[in-house]
Write a protein that binds this ligand. Structure first.
Ligand SMILES: Nc1ncnc2c1ncn2[C@@H]1O[C@H](COP(=O)(O)OP(=O)(O)OP(=O)(O)O)[C@@H](O)[C@H]1O
Length: 603
């Protein structure tokens, strides 16, 4: 068993390494010329450094032969200054490019996250997804530019130094490379540990964001439950995990850093011993030994750069892995968004044609291994009029709306809007004909106006005024300190539940939909507002198709048709009177909720 899984793991790892490199190349490719310029500057700077030991050798030779050293010194000074300027310019170009890489990665992640399928977001933790955009992308900064340039300059200067050293003295080079190779092998063993620790640290940062998102998502409940300390401990635990793995990564990086110092120091001692003996025996001039030793120290730089590139790569690879995971999440097909036309006023001649809805033997479950939520659900709603969905909690009523909006796709049967299978509609077009009020009428942080025109950005002030009057929001707007420009707070916390519901209805009406889906849209309204809104909905149902999910039968007794659902099935369809007479469950609901005298047909 174990022997079979080992190659599989190695295969998966090499696949992952390939994917990481491919992704890294994808990030660097658009900036290849800037990276090349940065590389050129770094190489020019390194070349300046490479010439110095040779200049020193010339200087020593001239001194020992009694020559002048003024021009050599001047040349060395100019060289130092030039390489400084070039290196600084190169560093700027690279930093700028690194920021551009981060921006590109963020843009593509943000675009992708907003196109994710609803089912994928159900599976993931939003906090973790957010940390991939905010935190993981910053790790790309180093790996996409500095690491690439460090690796290239490190390798080139290493080779150049080695070639020059080979010309100076092959024996000493052999000694040097022997020592460096031993330490290099040790470093290679440490490298994957950095990657592992970095990945775990990033995952812990994701958990931290998830924890915070959880707390702010239910802030009042957390306080009311006295759970501040428990939740703090939870987020802190993730922060500590991030610290632990960060420290582990730092430890291995320190080991690696001292390994390259050690390599050079050991090589220095070995070269000093062997070279000293060779100078003493007259096999080598002392100036060659000095130049060789200087190159040895010069070697520190490329070795250090290679090590740095490798550890940046390990960290970056961890981030790239987390970023590319998002690429593997399923997204909705991308269609160009048709701008929703501004709403028309009631007097406008062009009215939207109401859309029909048909469920043909629809089966659905939220995921493999989960129970069937819909079992051969079958009903037909012609264009126009109001259709209500009633039934016990969990019967699958809201799921009907989720399937119409194509947040999820049916596992069997067909969902038709206006006679066309929803899977055949261009997605944005399908959604553009629908107005949808979610069960808890969520608001977005921003102003009241932004929330109202959210689904119909082209709405005019006249459209707004009319809808505000219809949904009885005009009094609220007058009361607010900044009217329509008053911020509603995070998730609309500055509004009452009923106000949120009326705003959500106004938002959907402004879209002027051909099909309006209202999920428990009036459950939090007071009696006066509810009555007013019922009139608005009844009025809307005259020109568009309105589907409502309702718990309170009182709100839907006058619906054109009522679909009674129970445990994922349609039990009965009819008007209130028909259902009281023919459906036991409905009659029971009516008897308890409407206090009708003995609505029970059998009893
Ligand atoms: N995203 C989801 N993932 C998994 N299961 C889900 C998901 N959403 C809903 N369910 C499950 O599907 C079932 C039907 O949910 P649905 O919201 O359609 O019921 P409902 O009839 O609208 O209930 P209620 O009247 O309480 O709103 C429930 O048992 C619920 O637990």
């Amino acid at each position: 068993m174990n022997t079979a899984s080992a190659p599989e793991t190695t295969g998966a790892e090499s696949l992952r390494a390939r994917e990481t490199l491919k992704a890294l190349y994808g990030y660097v490719r658009p900036h290849r010329w800037a990276v090349a310029l940065g590389l050129l500057c770094a190489l020019a700077g390194a070349a300046g450094g490479l010439v110095q030991p040779l200049a020193t050798k010339t200087l020593v030779d001239r001194l020992s032969s009694g020559g002048t050293i003024g021009t050599v010194l001047l040349a060395m000074t100019v060289l130092v200054l030039l390489s400084m300027v070039v290196e600084a310019f190169g560093a700027y170009v690279l930093e700028r490019t690194a920021e551009s890489v981060v921006l590109a990665a963020r843009r593509s992640l943000i675009g992708r996250l907003l196109r994710l399928r609803v089912a994928e977001v159900d599976r993931m933790q939003p906090g973790d997804l957010m940390s991939r955009v905010t935190s993981d992308t910053t790790l790309l900064r180093a790996v996409s530019t500095q690491a690439v340039v460090s690796a290239a300059t490190g390798a080139v200067t290493l080779v150049a130094a080695v070639v020059v050293m080979a010309f100076l003295d092959a024996v000493l080079l052999g000694v040097t490379l022997g020592v460096v190779a031993v330490v290099g092998v040790a470093a290679a063993l440490v490298m994957p540990k950095i990657g592992q620790a970095a990945e775990r640290a990033q995952a812990a940062v994701g958990e931290m964001s998830t924890g915070l998102e959880r707390v702010f998502g239910a802030f009042r409940t957390v306080k009311a439950s006295g759970a501040e300390e428990r939740e703090t401990a939870r987020v802190e635990a993730a922060a500590r995990r991030a610290w632990r793995h960060g420290v582990r990564s730092a430890r291995w990086e320190a080991v690696l850093g001292s390994a390259d110092n050690l390599a050079v120091e050991l090589a220095f001692l070995a070269v000093l011993a062997v070279g000293g003996a060779r100078v003493a025996s007259g096999d080598m001039p002392v100036s060659t030994l000095i130049a060789f030793l200087l190159y040895l120290f010069y070697l520190m730089e490329p070795v250090y750069k290679l090590v740095e590139a490798a550890s940046h790569y390990q960290e970056g690879a961890a981030a790239i892995a987390r970023i590319t995971q998002v690429d593997h999440l399923a997204t909705e097909p991308q269609t160009r968004h048709r701008p929703v036309r501004p709403t028309a006023t009631a007097t406008e001649a062009v009215r939207p044609r109401p859309a029909s809805v048909r469920f043909e033997e629809v089966s659905f479950r939220y995921g493999t291994g989960l129970p069937d939520i819909h079992q051969r659900v079958d009903f037909e709603v012609p264009g126009g009029g109001m259709t209500a969905f009633v039934g016990p909690s969990g019967a699958g009523k809201s799921t009907v709306f989720a399937l119409v909006e194509r947040f999820y796709e049916a596992t069997g049967g067909r969902v038709l809007v206006n006679g066309k299978d929803v899977t055949k509609w261009p997605l944005s077009e399908l959604r553009s004909v629908i107005g949808y009020v979610e069960q808890d009428a969520p608001m977005l942080a921003g102003t009241l106006r932004e929330n109202l025109v959210f689904a119909a950005p082209g709405a005019t002030d006249d459209n707004l005024r009319e809808v505000l009057a219809r949904t009885k929001l005009d009094a609220l707007v007058e009361r607010l300190p900044h009217g329509l420009d008053t911020p509603v707070g995070h998730r609309g916390t500055k509004l009452s539940g009923g106000e949120r519901q009326r705003i959500a209805i106004a938002r959907a009406l402004l879209r002027r939909p051909r099909l309006l889906l209202l999920d428990e849209a009036t459950s939090q309204l007071d009696a006066v507002n509810e009555l007013a809104l019922r009139d608005v909905i009844a009025e809307t149902a005259r020109e568009t198709t309105v589907l409502v999910v309702a718990h309170r039968l009182s709100t839907v007794t006058d619906a054109d048709r009522i679909v009674v659902m129970d445990a994922g099935k349609v039990r009965a369809v009819g008007t209130h009177e028909e259902l009281v007479a023919k459906d036991e469950l409905y009659a029971q609901l009516a008897a308890t909720q409407l206090l009708t005298p003995a609505g029970h047909p059998g009893g």
